[in-house]
Write a protein that binds this ligand. Structure first.
Ligand SMILES: [Zn+2]
Ligand SMILES: [Zn+2]
Length: 263
């Protein structure tokens, strides 16, 4: 619905000779919005699955593709973006996921008490290519303003809300068509997914053999106990139980990563 099909088209065409199209009239906002006016209740994977299935139902296809992004701030000013792309093949009973975790270069949301701060935030974020959302709270009621194209509109809205005694917060708009960085992540994941679909399982020939998990536990060079460092990638088939283990090639870990040597 936000033009995300365009982000997958090139990869699916180049690698698979497939076309990607959006299901007409599909409104995915029902599964939650970044702006906060519709809460997200599903896990990212469940939300992506629900979107893909709904799209397949509307379009009457047996193949579906959906993405789901989440943004969370843990410590300090850093915002982490987790993005997944989920592919369903109903006929083969496949559900494949490609994911990425990035530290977002965009600042997290902040409360503003004058229009100038809002304009400074927008400019720093890369407005207008990168969009911004304004949330206002008044009497515990949350109202969301988005789709600004001009700084002057943003200024007017913030001024109006502050005059109204509302609490005003400005944040980046993470919708793919309003966020070039997120669009790039989805484009990259689309290539990963297309390459994965071009990789058959060597046992049952089902498409989509690829990473399903990681294995931690590179041994500490000093005491040999297992650390949290990733030792291998586990690849698997979405249809049968075939798995392969691909070591990352790190024989030992520096004791700084060891819970015993460096608790
Ligand atoms: Zn150790
Ligand atoms: Zn298989």
């Amino acid at each position: 619905m936000h033009g995300k099909e365009h982000l997958a088209q090139q990869a699916f065409h180049d690698i698979l000779g497939a076309t990607v199209s959006a299901a007409g009239g599909l409104n995915t906002d029902q599964f939650g919005t970044f702006a906060g006016d519709i809460p997200r209740t599903l896990s990212p994977r469940s939300a992506a699955r629900a979107k893909a299935r709904l799209g397949m139902q509307i379009a009457g296809t047996t193949l579906g593709l959906a993405s789901e992004g989440s943004f969370s701030s843990g410590f300090g000013p850093l915002v982490e973006n987790m993005e997944i792309l989920l592919f369903i093949d109903k006929t083969l009973g496949l559900e494949l996921v490609e994911g990425a975790v990035n530290i977002s270069a965009l600042p997290g949301g902040r409360r503003v008490d004058n229009a100038d701060s809002a304009l400074a935030f927008a400019s720093a974020a890369g407005f207008p290519e990168q969009g911004v959302i304004v949330q206002s709270t008044n009497d515990n009621r949350l109202t969301v303003y988005k789709n600004f194209t001009q700084l002057s509109d943003l200024e007017e809205t913030v001024d109006m809300l502050l005059t109204d005694q509302s609490t005003v917060t400005i944040l980046p708009d993470y919708r793919a068509h309003k966020s070039p960085a997120r669009a790039e992540t989805i484009r990259r994941l689309s290539y990963q997914m297309a390459r994965r679909l071009a990789t058959p399982c060597s046992l049952c020939q089902a498409p989509g053999f690829g990473q399903v998990d990681i294995e931690r536990g590179v041994p500490c060079s000093d005491c040999r106990s297992a650390t949290a460092l990733i030792a291998a990638d586990l690849h698997g088939c979405g249809r049968c139980t075939h798995r392969t283990r691909i070591p990352r090639g790190q024989a030992t870990a520096d004791p700084q990563w060891c819970d015993y040597c460096n608790p």
